[in-house]
Design a binder for this molecule. Structure first.
Ligand code: 3HC
Ligand code: NAI
Length: 681
């Protein structure tokens, strides 16, 4: 039963019971329509309370229906029916009232919310605009500035904030159904508020829309939906209700079919699937109450901050007393940064720091449930650390390495209880970046792997399973990106042309700006290690810049110049000189933005296919998540594998063949040609 009708005195209670999130599938829409018809005919009913079972109010339209033809009854009609019911409806909101859920609530005459509820119109995050009156009703109810803010960002507001905006009539504690009836008994004794469609349009000035457009365009970075949503909002303030509703619906239906919406839906479902991989279904991870982090440098400090944010007590182990103090100050700097940006109170900051115990004594780890190692990227140092850990930790403690490139199987080789080791590869800064690559060895026990996934979820991160190879999924693809970016330079483009092309594609930063920001020395160190392993990494220009000490912003020079400590990249004559010398032997190409992007992104797709064929990644969507959450690949393009699939593999293969014939990338692999990830899709 999706919707249950009960009566309590002169009130009817309509309860939606449609797990997991009470989404507005066709069955729910039909049942709501039926309920409005039934209850209008019941003479003794005075008002209708709309409640939801489970953890949340209606979380929106059913996103899984979006790839299909819309089916009646359509949501705007259902909401209009509720809005025009002769018995006033009162939405009783707990959990999240999102998208169509909030639109239904706005069709009710009143809204009552639990203190922990949140309300929002997140449609733009799915590449669409609200499609059932959100852009038309919200400005009339909460004011146009608040509506523009909520709808163009997709951000939700708390119940208290919603009440201050006029979006919610009462915030209640205790039994929501009973509180809603109590509210209704008083509210229905007074004159009813004017239905939203009959309220006046909010008055606005042209300057308001100009400023809003400028702001939304700057934030959208290639995304269509936020600007379309703004257009709907502007119409809602200039057209009559019905015309504005029709415009919004048309825009919603058009965007629903768009490539961006399809990409964003792909990411939505990929995110949810990633944290619960089917191969671990039914396997319970271990409970983590106490954790330890080895190394309080860049990564260790970030990991400690992330663990503390999730409420886990942490022991931070460093080499000596001075290093312990440095490690603790690194964590304090992160926490104080959050405090100064108003992201937490002084009390919370104090609690975060009080939950960390710094020590140089490995003996303090005897009772840790989990240890994450983030010491120097040196196999001998890591082996020594894990050997000590094996002696002091409980046999059932989970022991993880944060190595970027080293082989975890070599790090753990020969140690007892091999089933308890795994890689947990966080990204920098670890308290901010959402991605964690979870890397099992051949011997990792399933419940240890499940513990890694569970921990990532608890930290609010996206876990992606990665197999062992040089750089796992993310850094292996990064290597291709960087090599390709240099190949493009060698055949005639400039660093600023490449960076600008990648920004236009939707990345927050181009590959050369990013290297300057992070420092070229880390990659140089990795190339040195690769050469020692007998490999031949490709970074001819990068090597020359490092040899000149041009290791990025911190040195005042890298791919760009940074005169007088400025952080703004200025094209460099030195780099131009090196390029013109190095490029002599290469064929010159007149690059334009889209071809630069193809030459960088498509070889990455080729490598992605190899990664899948080798089962280093189990799902193409996992590679998409790694690029989106680890490297800022535009979410609205769905990640590289989705992008290539949507564009069509024959075209991708064709472009790669042409690039390869000029020595500009590896030829398309068999895995790519065969679309290996599409075979089981
Ligand atoms: N439609 C279909 N399925 C949905 C859904 C939706 N709107 N929202 C969530 N789900 C599914 C998830 O895919 C997941 O399924 P799974 O268990 O099979 O993986 C399950 O519900 C639970 O979701 P979460 O893991 O995300 O659960 P959380 O408790 O962490 O979060 C939530 C709950 C905050 C409601 C979160 O799911 C969410 O943000 N959902 C999306 C809300 C949204 O975008 N709504 C707008 C839809 S568009 C719309 O309404 C258009 C309208 O204007 C016409
Ligand atoms: P870092 O040099 O900033 O910090 C390493 C810390 O480990 C130092 O504070 C050092 O004193 C400590 N340390 C060394 N030996 C120790 C020992 N025996 N016991 C306890 N502490 C010890 O290095 P960073 O950047 O934090 O890297 C740490 C690990 O994380 C490396 O394996 C690196 O490859 C990996 N990593 C780094 C990323 C980055 O962007 N910096 C990203 C992802 C992973």
């Amino acid at each position: 039963m999706t919707v249950i009708l009960t009566r309590q005195g002169s009130f009817a209670i309509v309860t939606i019971d449609h797990p997991p999130v009470n989404a507005l599938s066709r069955a729910v829409r039909e049942a709501l329509l039926d309920a409005a018809n039934t209850l209008d005919a019941e003479r003794h009913i005075q008002g209708v309370i709309l409640l939801c079972k489970g953890s949340t109010f209606i979380a929106g339209a059913d996103i899984s229906e979006f790839g299909k033809e819309p089916e009646p009854p359509y949501l705007p009609e259902v909401i209009a029916r509720i809005e025009n019911a002769s018995k006033p409806w009162i939405a009783a909101i707990h959990g999240s009232a999102l998208g169509g859920g909030l639109e239904v609530a706005m069709g009710c005459r009143f809204r009552v919310a639990s203190a922990d509820a949140s309300l929002g119109l997140p449609e733009v995050k799915l590449g669409i605009v609200p499609g059932a009156g959100g852009t038309v009703r919200l400005p009339r109810l909460a004011g146009v500035a608040a509506a523009v803010d909520m709808i163009t960002t997709g951000a939700a507001v708390s119940a208290t904030k919603a009440a201050s905006m006029g979006l919610v009539d009462a915030v209640v504690e205790g039994d929501l159904g009973a509180q809603a009836i109590a509210f209704a008994q008083i509210a229905l004794g007074n004159p009813l508020p004017v239905p939203i469609p009959q309220r006046p349009r909010p008055a606005t000035q042209p300057e308001f829309w100009e400023a809003a457009k400028k702001d939304v365009t700057a934030r959208a970075k290639g995304e269509i939906a936020p600007l379309k949503a703004l257009e709907c909002l502007q119409n809602a303030c200039s057209m009559d209700f019905d015309a504005a509703m029709a415009f919004e619906r048309k825009t919603f239906l058009e965007l629903r079919e768009s490539k961006q919406a399809s990409a964003l839906r792909h990411v939505f479902f990929a995110e949810r699937a990633a944290s619960r991989p089917p191969e671990l279904s039914g396997i319970q991870g271990r409970d983590i109450r106490t954790a330890a982090v080895l190394g309080g440098g860049t990564m260790g400090a970030g990991i400690v901050a992330a663990l503390r944010e999730a409420g886990i007590r942490v022991t931070l182990v460093e080499r000596d007393a001075a290093a312990v103090q440095r490690g603790l100050s690194n964590v304090a700097a992160i926490v104080n940064g959050l405090l100064s940006r108003g992201r937490m109170s002084a009390t919370e900051a104090g609690e975060r720091l009080a939950g960390i115990h710094g020590t140089e004594d490995y003996g303090m780890l005897a009772d840790a449930d989990l240890v994450i190692e983030a010491v120097f990227e040196d196999i001998a140092v890591k082996q020594a650390v894990f050997s000590k850990l094996s002696e002091v930790c409980r046999a059932d403690a989970v022991l993880a390495t944060n190595t970027s490139y080293l082989n975890p199987e070599l790090i753990f080789a020969g140690l007892p209880h091999p089933q308890r080791f795994l890689g947990l590869h966080f990204f920098s800064p670890a308290h901010v970046m959402k991605l964690v690559e979870v890397v099992p060895t051949k011997q990792t026990a399933p419940e240890v792997l499940a513990t890694g996934f569970g921990l990532a979820r608890r930290l609010g991160k996206i876990p992606v399973r990665a197999g062992i190879c040089d750089g796992f999924i993310g850094n292996r693809l990064l290597k291709i990106t960087r090599a390709q970016a240099e190949r493009v330079l060698l055949s005639g483009a400039t660093p600023s042309q490449v960076d600008s092309a990648m920004r236009v594609f939707g990345l927050p930063m181009g590959p050369f700006e990013a290297q300057d920001l992070g420092g070229l020395d880390i990659a140089a160190f990795q190339r040195k290690a690769a050469r020692e392993r007998g490999e031949t990494p490709f970074a001819p220009i990068g090597e020359r810049l490092c040899a000149l000490g041009r290791i990025g912003q911190k040195a005042g020079a890298g791919w760009y110049d940074y005169p007088n400590g400025s952080r703004k990249p200025v094209p460099s004559d030195t780099v131009a000189g090196i390029l013109s010398e190095a490029a002599l032997s290469s064929a010159r190409i007149e690059w334009d933005g889209p071809s630069i992007v193809d030459a960088i992104v498509l070889p990455m797709v080729n490598e992605g296919a190899n990664i899948l064929e080798e089962q280093v990644a189990l799902r193409a969507a996992d590679i998409d998540l790694v690029k989106i959450y680890g490297y800022g690949f535009p979410r609205w393009r769905g990640g590289p594998m989705h992008y290539a699939t949507a564009r069509g593999l024959p075209e991708i293969v064709d472009i790669l063949e042409r690039l390869a014939s000029r020595g500009l990338c590896a030829p398309p692999s068999e895995a790519l040609r065969s679309g290996c990830w599409l075979r089981d899709a």
